[in-house]
Write a protein that binds this ligand. Structure first.
Ligand code: ADP
Ligand code: MG
Length: 161
């Protein structure tokens, strides 16, 4: 599905809806979300909205420097950002495999070097700048579970495909 948001709030509302669906169905509690888009596209904004839906009240900050931020919850949230990482080996050395095994939603910015470590069921969120405040957000599913999640988004959210 593709949605155009007109401002930060709309991006957060869309992400919050996804977070709420995840929270309300334990099947999705280990969901992997890969976020792509240029610097400043809105990946971290999306994760903030997602956290709202997950009812995680902590302030979400960009993990550009710490690489992985973990937030407790039911489910918890792991927010990763591999912008500063140059190789899959570095990702491996961070202990990525252990992190991915935990029951928590994993939101991963700059996921290019992570693909080889993740399971085959994930959601890909691509954010593109249209103008200063408009973003085109394409959400795609890979795998049956993720497809189910997107189907729920479409039925629960009043937006056209
Ligand atoms: P990224 O994590 O992709 O590098 P951020 O989420 O940190 O980007 O920053 C996105 C920037 O774009 C913020 O400054 C935000 O205010 C701005 N912005 C403007 N319009 C939007 C929108 N429609 N959705 C998301 N962010 C937006
Ligand atoms: Mg970011």
């Amino acid at each position: 599905m593709t949605v155009v948001t007109k401002n930060v709030e709309e991006t957060k509302i869309l992400a919050k809806k996804m977070g709420t669906i995840i929270k309300n169905n334990t099947t999705f509690h280990s969901q992997i979300l890969l976020l792509t888009g240029d610097l400043g596209a809105g990946k971290t904004v999306f994760v903030k909205g997602l956290a709202e839906g997950l009812e995680i009240d902590l302030n979400i900050t960009s993990p550009t420097f710490n690489l992985i931020n973990e937030y407790e919850g039911n489910p918890g949230l792991m927010h990763m950002d591999f912008y500063r990482i140059d190789s899959a080996e570095e990702v491996f050395n961070l202990g990525i495999e252990e992190y991915l095994e935990k029951e928590a939603v994993k939101a991963i910015e700059w996921p290019q070097l992570v693909y080889k470590f993740i399971e085959n069921d994930f959601i890909l969120i691509k954010i593109e700048n249209i103008s200063i405040k408009e973003r085109r957000i394409s959400i795609k599913a890979n795998g049956v579970r993720s497809q189910k999640l997107i189907k729920r988004m479409k039925t629960d959210v009043d937006i056209r495909d």
